[in-house]
Design a protein around this ligand. Structure first.
Ligand code: ATP
Ligand code: MG
Length: 424
């Protein structure tokens, strides 16, 4: 038999949704839940403090009254006028948050919980529901399954609706904690990871391409503050890669609130390389110079490792041999969080963080300058070092370092600009 949803039913569902939203809107307490942070033992307070600071930063100007550590989570108290949609969007950009919800607070007793459910659920029309109860206070007399059973039977009797664990129209969450019980009807998934600022600082080599912004995001997700370094060959090529790097950092900054982008002119270095290095070896030597300059900048800015968007074998310059040759130019560790990912997986993440549309805009990237279609795939550090003997490496590095342009990004999108003169 065909089952057709009649118009009145549609109406009922919509009405119900509105009712639920209205119920939620009266709530000014938000609980943020974590996972990995809770497992941190002695260091846990450090992670919670950073998470709190990051939530405050993310929610600046959003009518937030208080952010504090409670019940192994972070509680956010909102003023009545706080714009919930924007707040939820911003919490979703704070690493360390596993999930969050607006809740109602009641006395931690079955009577009080039932009384609250009766007052709220009888305003709604629904035919299926689910209770998800959790006993966070072990001295509460009922276990979580016992609460599920008792509250399930209560709601069923009260409303005539049936329990559906897979696809319930109304979800009731009950969390019993010391001194209070939290009740809520909807929870939102956060990005997970660790709070930015707990993992030290790294310098990401940011091209205008698809991969390196994703690499930067992944490092932030593991708690690192990222310094962004972009090499451009303006005026040998147009300034498009530089513009893209700026736009990408604006997006990445949503996750770390404060970012620095170093724009490094690379044209002079490339001119010298082109004069003495055969075309097939240019890409790998460009990369070694970028890496050397980035290492210097990283040290200057307090970053402990370099990060690239390399993925093993993705293109000829990313064979294992070439990765080794490039890494041989510096002593600082180079992390490549995408090393084992397929292009499609990386594109999926780039879409998820919205960098993809910027990354695919056409640009004139410095690494495509004066290089053949098929560069060498099996370089060795020794042969490349021989080719580099014709170059004054320290002078080229110093010259690039002295022309670095610095841009500061804040959450308000304000960016200041200055040139660092005589660095090194
Ligand atoms: P991406 O999409 O990040 O550009 P890709 O697959 O195009 O990566 P390559 O162009 O070979 O790979 O670059 C490898 C890595 O070298 C990049 O992920 C990035 O970390 C770094 N890189 C390349 N070009 C630049 C640049 N102009 N400025 C800074 N870093 C760069
Ligand atoms: Mg690229």
């Amino acid at each position: 038999m065909l089952s057709v949803v009649s118009l009145p039913n549609y109406r009922r569902l919509n009405l119900q949704k509105t009712n639920l939203q209205n119920m939620q809107n009266t709530q000014n307490s938000v609980m943020v839940r974590v996972h990995e942070i809770a497992l941190k033992g002695k260091n846990r307070p450090l992670f919670f403090d950073q998470l709190e600071r990051n939530l405050r930063q993310a929610l600046r100007g959003m009518a937030v009254e208080q952010v504090r550590n409670r019940h192994m989570g972070v509680e956010i108290t909102l003023a009545p006028e706080a714009p919930w949609d924007e707040i939820a969007k911003r919490i979703k950009q704070v690493f360390g948050v596993v999930k969050f919800y607006r809740y109602h607070r009641v006395t931690p007793s079955m009577e009080a919980i039932k009384e609250f459910l009766e007052s709220e659920l009888t305003k709604l029309t629904f035919s299926t529901f689910r209770i998800t109860a959790k006993r966070g206070n072990k001295s509460f007399p009922l276990t979580s399954p016992e609460m599920n059973q008792e509250l399930g039977a209560f709601v069923q009797q009260l409303t005539g609706a049936k329990v559906n664990l897979k696809q319930a129209e109304v979800n009731v969450f009950v969390e019993v904690l010391p001194g209070e019980a939290l009740l809520y009807f909807e929870e939102t998934t956060g990005p997970g990871g660790l709070p930015v600022g707990t993992g030290g600082k790294v310098a990401v080599l940011l091209s205008g391409g698809i991969d390196s912004p994703v690499a930067a995001w992944r490092m932030m997700k593991r708690g690192c503050q990222v310094l962004l370094v972009h090499f451009h060959s303006f005026p040998l090529v147009d300034g498009s890669s530089r513009e893209k790097a700026i736009e990408l950092v604006e997006l990445l900054n949503l996750y770390q609130f404060r970012s620095t982008l170093l724009l490094v002119p690379f044209a002079d270095v490339q001119r010298e390389i082109i004069l003495s290095v055969p075309p097939a070896y240019r890409v790998v030597i460009y990369r070694r110079f970028m890496t050397r300059i980035a290492e210097r900048l990283a040290i200057e800015h307090g970053a402990k490792a370099l990060v690239t968007g390399e993925s093993l074998g993705q293109v000829g310059s990313q064979t294992l041999d070439n990765l080794v040759t490039v890494r041989n130019a510096v002593t600082m560790p180079i992390l490549s969080p995408l090393i084992g990912m397929d292009k499609q997986e990386i594109i999926g993440e780039a879409r998820h963080i919205d960098t993809y549309p910027i990354s695919i805009l056409p640009d004139e990237d410095c690494c495509t300058l004066f290089v053949p279609k098929h560069p060498v795939t099996r370089s060795t550090p020794e042969e490349v070092e021989r080719l580099e003997e014709a170059l004054d490496i320290p002078a080229l590095i110093e010259s690039a370092m002295s022309q670095v342009e610095i841009k500061h990004f804040t959450r308000d999108g304000v960016s200041s600009e200055r040139s660092s003169v005589g660095v090194g």
